[in-house]
Ligand binder design. Structure first.
Ligand code: ADP
Length: 284
C-alpha cells in the first residue's frame, strides 16, 4: 500500500493549530472526559484563546453533554464540517452530534471508527465564521487559528488511539495528559498508558490524580476514599521519571457542573477543587 493521500490534506487542515494534546486514562470512570471538558473551559476562559475539543470516544461520547451543547448539530459548509461553538472561541466536535436520538448506541468496529476520526481531522473546518482567522490571514499567517486542539479519548489503548496517533504523525502531537484515580488498579493501568506513549513516541505532559480525597461537608474531615494509595500517582511519577501535574479532590459539584454543561471553575471559583484544576492547567 502506498502513502495515504488523505494525510497531506489533513496536515494542511491542521497546520494552524498550535498545540495538540491528548487526554488519556487506563480505566473508564476516572474523570477523563470531565477533565477534558473542564480543561477546555479553563483554556477558553480567555476569549482570545481559541480552543477546539474533539471527542474521539466514538462509542461513548459524553463531551456534548459536559460542554452544554448536546442538542446541537454539526453542519456542512463548502469548506467542511462546522463544529459546534459553545462560545465564540470554544468549538467542539463529537459523533454525539450526528446521532438522531440521544439514547442511540454507536456499535462500530475499528475500521469505521478509524474512518470517522480521519474525517474529523481532515474535514472539520475549525476556522469557519472566525474573525480572528481573518486577521491571521490578513497578516499572512493563515490556517486553523486554534491555540489548542484537545482530544478526549476512550479509556485504554484501542483503535481510536491508534487512529489519532497514525493520522497525526506528520502533523505532530504535543503530548498527552494521563488521568488516574489513587486506586492501585487505576495506577496499574496508567503504567500501560505510559508504555503506550513511549512506544508511540508521544511525550507525556504529565499525570493527574483525580478523586484524591474527599472533605465531608458536615464534619469537614478529609477522607481518603481510596486509602491507602492516595499519593500513589505522585510516587509512581517520581519512580518512573514522569511529570506529576497535581491532584483534584472528590467534589460532587464537579459532576453537577458537568451534568449541566457548565465550567466548574467558573461556577464554584472558591472551591479547593477549582483551585486544584487551575494549578494543574497552569503547570501544563
Ligand atoms: P471517564 O471519562 O474517565 O470515563 P468521567 O469524566 O465520565 O470519566 O467521570 C466519571 C464520573 O465521575 C462522572 O460522573 C463525573 O461527574 C465524576 N467525577 C469526575 N471527577 C470527579 C471529581 N473530582 N469529584 C467528583 N466527581 C467526579
Amino acid at each position: 500500500k502506498g502513502p495515504d493521500p488523505d494525510i497531506p490534506v489533513l496536515v494542511e487542515r491542521l497546520k494552524g493549530v498550535k498545540h495538540k494534546i491528548l487526554v488519556l486514562s487506563g480505566k473508564g470512570g476516572v474523570g477523563k472526559s470531565t477533565f477534558s471538558s473542564q480543561l477546555t473551559f479553563i483554556l477558553g476562559s480567555d476569549e482570545n484563546t481559541r480552543v477546539g475539543l474533539i471527542d474521539v470516544d466514538i462509542c461513548g461520547p459524553s463531551i456534548p453533554k459536559m460542554m452544554g451543547c448536546e442538542d446541537d448539530q454539526i453542519h456542512e459548509s463548502s469548506t467542511g464540517w462546522e463544529p459546534v461553538y459553545v462560545k465564540e472561541n470554544i468549538a467542539v466536535m463529537s459523533v454525539g452530534f450526528m446521532l438522531p436520538t440521544k439514547g442511540e448506541a454507536v456499535i462500530w468496529r475499528g475500521p469505521r471508527k478509524n474512518g470517522l476520526i480521519k474525517q474529523f481531522l481532515r474535514d472539520v473546518d475549525w476556522t469557519e465564521d472566525d474573525e480572528y482567522l481573518q486577521e491571521d490571514n490578513d497578516e499572512g499567517e493563515g490556517g486553523g487559528g486554534l491555540e489548542y486542539l484537545l482530544f478526549d479519548t476512550p479509556p485504554g489503548t484501542s483503535d481510536e488511539h491508534l487512529s489519532v496517533v497514525q493520522f497525526l504523525k506528520d502533523s505532530g502531537i504535543d503530548g498527552a495528559i494521563l488521568l488516574t484515580t489513587p486506586q492501585e488498579i487505576s495506577l496499574q493501568d496508567v503504567r500501560k498508558e505510559l508504555d503506550f506513549c513511549r512506544k508511540a513516541g508521544i511525550k507525556v505532559i504529565g499525570v493527574v490524580e483525580n478523586m484524591s480525597g474527599f472533605v465531608c461537608p458536615s464534619c469537614k474531615k478529609e477522607n481518603t476514599i481510596f486509602a491507602p494509595t492516595t499519593g500513589g500517582a505522585k510516587a509512581m511519577c517520581l519512580d518512573l521519571g514522569y511529570p506529576y501535574l497535581g491532584s483534584i479532590p472528590l467534589d460532587p459539584r464537579i459532576g453537577k457542573s458537568c451534568d449541566s454543561g457548565l465550567s466548574f471553575v467558573e461556577t464554584y471559583p472558591e472551591s479547593p477543587a477549582a483551585n486544584a484544576y487551575l494549578e494543574i492547567v497552569e503547570s501544563i
